[in-house]
Design a protein around this ligand. Structure first.
Ligand SMILES: Cc1ncc(COP(=O)(O)O)c(C=O)c1O
Length: 416
């Protein structure tokens, strides 16, 4: 395989060779990573970028010497690549520790604007990182309302969202994809509903980012957050904020830190090596899209292929699970609507506990997840709190059809 590939002819075996961790074995057999929603494996470009950082540019920001200049140039390239990834401008891209920390930090800054009686609407699909920071603002006498889901397929009930939003609503927080059940809500419609009453829109794209293209302009959101370790990079997160808001809102910051640009939101010394890793992840996407440069056109090609490959795998997985008597799948199961779901499949299989199923699969080299996936509100709404949550099988684009078959076969053969 050449250094770049045509998206129409992506060679899965060659792609997998880009990820050193995919050759890990257990008891002589390759392991199967279906724990991807909790964190993906990294391409060798990511590893190379981190090594390069430590060996050729390890210095703090703003020094007037070689390593510092190199480090600053690398951060700028990563910021440009992130802007291209999100269809944002470079000065709208903020790096931070992780989505949770960024959301707590910016929500506090947003909260400074709120008055007693203001309201926030969040959905019942959210990871708690898009719930708890908003609940924390209740100390300002702000009310948090929840927009419901349809429990039969775990889709967002937009009519209920419309009912929750009113002229007092100052912000609507919505996920771009549920990390527990895969649902991709109609975020553009949520933005339209929120903006009708002048509310801000906060989008959690952490689970969506490895699975599809993000366009903050098209979504018409005010903020969007995603985390590098979920899309083949490192433990660094990216916040998009509308330029005018990033300038107008007042961050909690130290006084000597910049007052202009994204730097005013990047509290403390950034994780430079993690940002280098992010650049490596963007270069990987570009390579997959047939370009050496991390540009949007290449990202879009890569993500189009990822979507079609993952959809085929999710279809296979869901069809296979439906054949195991007693398995109940949470989320969209009708293939006609698979465009509205990520390839993340949650299930229960009574009387077996999700934890026991995950342990069984793990002991046989197939890595999945169990529990509430921090989507506490959703798991409660589904009546699964106190029952161990779900078993979650989370596909990434480097998975193969035979890995799906292996997981299905093992699950069907579960012995307590
Ligand atoms: C949908 C979703 N949102 C937010 C988070 C929290 O992200 P982070 O680990 O970057 O704080 C996660 C982590 O699993 C997630 O899946």
């Amino acid at each position: 395989m050449s250094a770049s590939v045509e998206t129409s002819s992506i060679d899965l075996a060659a792609l997998r060779r880009e990820f050193p961790a995919l050759s890990l074995t257990r008891d002589g057999a390759p392991v199967v990573y279906l724990d991807n929603p909790a964190g993906t494996q990294v391409s060798r470009r990511v590893i190379d970028r981190v090594r390069d950082y430590w060996t050729t540019m390890n210095a703090n920001h703003g020094g007037l010497f070689l390593t510092s200049e190199r480090s600053d140039a690398m951060v700028e390239r990563a910021r440009q690549a992130a802007a291209a990834f999100l269809n944002a401008s470079v000065d709208e891209v903020v790096f931070g520790a992780n989505m949770t920390t960024l959301t707590f930090a910016v929500s506090r800054a947003i909260g400074r604007q709120f008055r007693s009686g203001d309201e926030i609407v969040v959905t019942r699909l959210e990871h708690d990182a898009n719930v708890a920071p908003w609940l924390a603002l209740e100390s300002l006498d702000v009310t948090v309302r929840f927009a419901d889901i349809r429990t039969e397929d775990c889709t967002l009930d937009l009519e209920d969202l419309e009912r929750q939003v009113n002229p007092r609503t100052r912000l609507v927080a919505v996920t771009y994809a549920s990390n527990a059940v895969g649902t991709i809500p109609h975020v553009k419609a949520v933005s339209a509903i929120a903006h009708r009453v002048g509310a801000l829109v906060w989008v959690d794209a952490v689970h969506y980012a490895p699975h599809g293209p993000i366009d903050v302009r098209d979504l018409d959101c005010d903020f969007l957050v995603c985390s590098g370790y979920k899309f083949f990079g490192a433990h660094v997160s990216i916040l998009y904020g509308r330029r005018e808001l990033l300038q107008r809102l007042a961050p909690f910051k130290v006084r000597p830190a910049p007052d202009e640009g994204p730097g005013r939101w990047e509290t403390g010394t950034p994780n430079f090596e993690g940002i280098a890793a992010l650049l490596g992840a963007f270069e990987y996407f570009a390579w997959l899209g047939g370009d050496a440069r991390p540009e949007r056109s290449a990202f879009l090609k890569a993500l189009a292929w990822i979507q079609s490959h993952e959809r085929a795998l999710a279809t296979r997985l869901i069809a296979g699970l439906a054949e195991i008597r007693g398995v109940r799948i949470y989320g969209i199961t009708d293939p006609a609507h698979f465009a509205q779901r990520a390839p993340t499949v949650s299930l229960t299989w009574e009387p077996h506990r999700p934890e026991d199923l995950a342990r069984w699969l793990g002991a046989h080299g197939v890595f999945t997840w169990h529990g509430d996936h921090y989507a506490r509100v959703l798991i409660e709404r589904l009546g699964l709190a106190g029952r161990g949550g779900t078993l979650r099988i989370g596909i990434a684009h480097y998975n193969t059809a035979s890995e799906i078959d292996q997981a299905l076969e093992l699950l069907a053969g579960y012995r307590a």
